[in-house]
Design a protein around this ligand. Structure first.
Ligand code: ADP
Ligand code: ZN
Length: 600
């Protein structure tokens, strides 16, 4: 072993320092130990086995569930001059033979493979004949039925540990919950392995929750506030909704496309490819979209509808900002969605399952409703404690104002009572605001004593208030009966004027604070114009090479170039993400661009 892990980190990957835990994990593997690694998305799991793969004798076998991810990973390694390949069903037979030949000739440092291929008897026999440096199992939670992504073909991986005793095995996942964790270790025979748990915080992601009232206008306003060219994902619950939202965005001139499981495979591939290649700005998708998306420069994730639980929410928002640059997670939260989600869960069969899912949904609602720092709530859910408020969520940046809502609450509650506890939110608000619509007149509700007593407040104001009354338990919605509003026992003292109620003022606008300046990485200013020019250059190079742009250089690397303004190879090599191989391949073109920009 001539080169140290630190030297490889710098020469091959162009990075100055290991991130937390990376170095220990790498060293453990090099010393022949097993490892179980829990790290959030974007934490830098890949390097944990890629560097040992280059240090140890023999090939590293990397198990990965998704074919599209394998290709990206291999492309990225090859761009850094590493000898890597994948072996899966997309290869033509001649290509597959070639990969196997390279494997047998000891030419590969890493081989990515799907689990069912690996565990095939013929392949295992093949492996017995070649020196193996290590096994890495990516997305290891797929082995557990407790996890949210169980894949039957992963179960067989349990046999690896016995088949190849003595060869280090590392399993990696971003799934946090303790039960899944134990299950993974048990199933993969890693109960004795050292366990590395990185913090789950993603400090560069800004979490924002707004009351959902006109989602389509709210989304449009949010997108307008973004710098053009920023890529993002909008998650919606149903295929129909996905198509509607995508069509509306496209009509508004945004490069957007729909993605859901009902579309033909060819269309889904097209959308995914275009998104990876920075040729599509927004993908509107059901949760079907994401597992295969390792795009590091996703700048925002919007939840148009309520996620089912915090695990899903955290995973989906985690797809933003993998490159460590500022990113946004916006959730549009509406009480209508809560009723729908409850209804869907309650239709489910197994009562135990229903109980768990309702519990998880309630935690999700608790997050959306929270009157404390969002990040505290999220991390708290995963058992982590923040020392202080995060300073980078909507609550921290713009705490809701509290106000005395007693009189408003009385108005709303008595209106629910006057309409006979037989109507939903919309109608109650119509009565409060003195609407003259057909239904009111037909029912004679214009004669109620509460008719028009809330005309001074907007619809959105009332709906926020009613939602808070629901969440504070003064009102309940009859899910089985058109979400009709009913008073609870708790409403009595409030109606009788025996109780005072303080509530948060609603936040309806997506952005009330001024737009964050985007010309910053941490505290460094960079030249936005140059950054854009470097992005364009990157896209050209990537297109010619047939790889996604981030394989050439990540956004963080380009931003650092636009801040440091290197004008010779030596200075360029000091930029994070520029290794020797890429310097040789692309260095001149990027230097040329920078120099000509400076001369302008
Ligand atoms: P994960 O698989 O945990 O989601 P990745 O391995 O894809 O994360 O890494 C996320 C990003 O962080 C990648 O762009 C990667 O190149 C970058 N990265 C990883 N380790 C380092 C490091 N030590 N220094 C700088 N960037 C790093
Ligand atoms: Zn906060």
């Amino acid at each position: 072993m001539s080169e140290s892990p630190q030297e490889i980190l710098s020469r091959v990957f162009g990075y100055r320092q290991f991130r937390p835990l990376q170095q220990e994990i790498v060293q453990g593997l090099i010393d022949g130990e097993d490892a179980f690694v829990l790290m959030p998305t974007g934490g830098g799991k890949s390097l944990c086995y890629q560097i040992p793969a280059l240090c140890r004798q023999g090939v590293a076998i990397v198990v990965s569930p998704l074919i599209s991810l394998m290709k990206d990973q291999v492309d990225a390694l090859v761009a850094n001059g590493v000898s890597a390949a994948y072996y899966n069903s997309t290869l033509k037979s001649a290509e597959a033979r070639q990969v196997l030949a390279r494997l047998h000739q000891g030419q590969l440092d890493l081989l990515y493979i799907a689990p069912e291929r690996l565990m095939n008897q013929g392949f295992l026999e093949r492996l017995a004949e070649v020196p193996i440096g290590l096994f890495a199992i990516d997305e290891a939670h797929c082995v557990s039925q407790w996890g949210h992504d169980f894949r039957p073909e992963y179960v067989q991986l349990g046999r690896l540990r016995q088949h190849f005793a003595g060869i280090p095995l590392i399993a990696l996942t971003a799934t946090a919950d303790a039960q899944t964790r134990d299950d993974i270790r048990l199933r993969l025979g890693l109960d004795q392995a050292r366990c590395f748990v990185a913090g789950f915080d993603r400090p560069n992601i800004r979490y924002t929750v707004v009351d959902k009232h006109k989602p389509s206008a709210q989304l449009a306003a949010f997108l307008e506030s973004r710098a053009s060219g920023d890529a993002g994902i909008v998650y919606a619950l149903s295929r129909k909704r996905v198509e509607e939202v995508a069509a509306r965005l496209a009509a508004a001139g945004i490069q957007a496309a729909a993605y859901h499981a009902g579309l033909p495979g060819s269309e889904r591939r097209r959308v995914q490819e275009a998104f990876l290649r920075d040729e599509l700005q927004v993908v509107v998708a059901t949760v079907a979209f994401g597992m295969g998306i390792d795009k590091p420069n996703v700048r925002f994730v919007v939840h148009y509808d309520l996620p089912k639980n915090i695990e899903s929410y955290y995973q989906e928002t985690g797809r933003a900002g993998r490159d460590g640059l500022p990113a946004e997670a916006l959730l549009l939260f509406g009480y209508g969605d809560v009723a729908v989600a409850r209804g869907l869960i309650e239709q489910g069969g197994n009562p135990e399952q229903v109980r768990i899912e309702l519990h998880k949904l309630n935690a999700m609602i608790g997050f959306a409703e929270a009157l404390t720092c969002r990040r505290r709530v999220l991390l708290g859910y995963f058992g982590e404690r923040l020392e202080a408020d995060c300073g980078n969520c909507d609550f921290c940046l713009n705490p809701p104002q509290q106000y005395d809502a007693t009189v408003d609450a009385q108005k709303a509650l008595s209106c629910v009572y006057r309409v006979g506890q037989r109507f939903g939110v919309g109608h109650v608000i119509d009565v409060l605001r003195g609407s003259k619509n057909q239904r009111i007149l037909e029912l004679g509700h214009q004669r109620l004593s509460t008719y028009g007593i809330g005309a001074e407040q907007s619809r959105e104001g009332w709906s926020s208030l009613i939602r808070q009354l629901i969440h504070h338990g003064f009102l309940e919605q009859d899910v089985a009966n058109y979400s009709v509003l009913k008073l609870t026992e708790a409403a009595r003292p409030l109606l009788r004027g025996e109780q005072q109620l303080m509530l948060g003022k609603p936040r309806l606008r997506v952005r009330e604070q001024t737009r964050p300046t985007r010309k910053r990485i941490g505290e460094i200013d960079y030249d936005q114009e140059l950054f854009d020019a470097l992005r364009a250059l990157r896209k050209d190079i990537a297109r010619d090479a047939g790889v996604p742009p981030f394989v050439v250089f990540g956004d963080a690397t380009l931003a650092e170039m636009a801040a440091e303004l290197p004008t010779d190879s030596e200075a360029l090599l000091r930029i994070n993400g520029v290794g020797k191989h890429k310097l040789r391949r692309y260095g001149d073109r990027f230097l040329e661009e920078i120099v000509s920009h400076l001369g302008r």
